[in-house]
Design a protein. Structure first.
Length: 367
């Protein structure tokens, strides 16, 4: 029962982190051609990923945090990876061509491009037992990185290099040791959110339906490969103010992007939703149902975290109300790479920022 409780909580936490995946795919916000990872359908890049080494620890004193009773668990960091893979909605992924669902990568006489997968939601969640703090930090999917000597956008490394490239890159960008990863896609995230009846949050602006296109007709269909039903006529998907989020509008929420709020608004929304989801997941209403709920939720995630790890840290989530949630905004600036906007990370500012939380935890542990 305890293992199931803990597994379910973790499964729900990642569901809050995926939602933004499809936003980049539909808007074309990150162009495949810009970063040069348009590999052919029958080839795969197996080159080992090299992104750099973790910087050395600084020398200096750290203020002593308050003492808390030992909960018995251990501090750890989970990397949540949300992809834009939606096989129920599109039939032009690499797997479709490989399986023969789309023959020879062609549609009629026209060459049909492969729909690439991207890790468009990348969030670090660090749980610090000794300082009673949970730190949420989104790394923009369009962060510019250098992998194997090639400049790429972080999220699009997933398509050709997989999860390991994302983990290694985030480790280099933050100098935060990553203990575990959890990966899912936007469709499965909606299924997980529905298991707890959705989540209530406040949204700062009206959120437009990502598919809104009143000019779309059968003769003028801008979205190739779509197999699912889509509402192209309704403009507003979520109204400003209190909103109930579930699988029916999760994609719209994570597509949220408003010029008035500036860059980073989407990442802030993701963190807000992640915090609300975790809080609901550990509430008495759902913790008692964890065994049954986890048996359903576990089919929607991929992770390297086993049940022994979850069980040994169960009390961290049971005492969730004792933890203070914090948000870390990754430092950097936005620029352009080719025709696409990208985020230029500031490693000089990021390293001491993330390290400050680790040092506080370390100081408490040494007391």
């Amino acid at each position: 029962m305890l293992a199931a409780v803990r597994n379910f909580v973790i499964a729900l936490l990642i569901s809050a982190a995926v939602f933004g995946a499809i936003a980049w795919a539909i808007t074309g916000f990150i162009a495949d051609n810009v970063i040069g990872i348009a590999d052919s359908p029958d080839t795969e890049d197996t080159t080992p990923v090299t992104v750099g080494t973790e910087p050395s620890e600084p020398v200096g004193s750290v203020p002593q945090p308050p003492a808390y009773p030992d909960l018995g668990g251990e501090s750890f960091t989970v990397l949540l990876i949300g992809t834009d893979y939606r096989p129920d909605d599109f039939n032009d992924y690499f797997e479709d061509f490989k399986s023969g669902a789309v023959s020879n990568a062609k549609l009629g006489l026209l060459t049909r491009p492969i729909r690439r997968q991207s890790a468009d939601l990348i969030m670090l969640v660090s749980i610090y037992e000794q300082t009673r703090r949970i730190v949420f930090s989104c790394i923009p999917g369009n962060t510019r990185v250098s992998v194997n000597g090639e400049v790429r956008l972080l999220g699009e490394c997933y398509d050709s290099l997989g999860v390991d490239a994302i983990i290694d890159s985030v480790n280099y960008l933050t100098a935060v040791p990553i203990d575990y990863y959890l990966q899912t896609n936007i469709t499965d995230a909606g299924e997980i959110i529905d298991l707890i009846g959705g989540v209530d949050i406040d949204v700062p602006d009206d959120i437009e339906n990502p598919y809104y296109n009143p000019d779309r007709t059968p003769e003028n269909a801008p979205y190739s490969g779509i197999t699912g039903e889509r509402d192209f006529d309704t403009r507003t998907a979520i109204e400003e103010g209190p909103a109930h989020i579930d699988s029916s509008n999760l994609f719209a929420l994570m597509h949220y992007r408003t010029p008035s709020a500036g860059n980073g608004a989407r990442e802030s929304m993701l963190v807000t939703f992640a915090q609300a989801t975790l809080k609901r997941a550990v509430s008495p209403e759902y913790i008692g149902q964890a065994a049954a709920l986890f048996s359903k939720a576990k089919q929607y995630i991929h992770t390297d975290m086993d049940e022994s790890v979850l069980l040994s840290n169960l009390d961290l989530f049971v005492h969730y109300d004792e933890f203070t949630p914090s948000t870390v905004t990754y430092p950097g600036t936005y620029s352009t790479l080719g025709d696409a906007e990208c985020f230029i990370p500031s490693l000089e500012d990021a390293y001491p920022l993330y390290r400050s939380y680790r040092e506080s935890e370390g100081a408490r542990g040494a007391s």
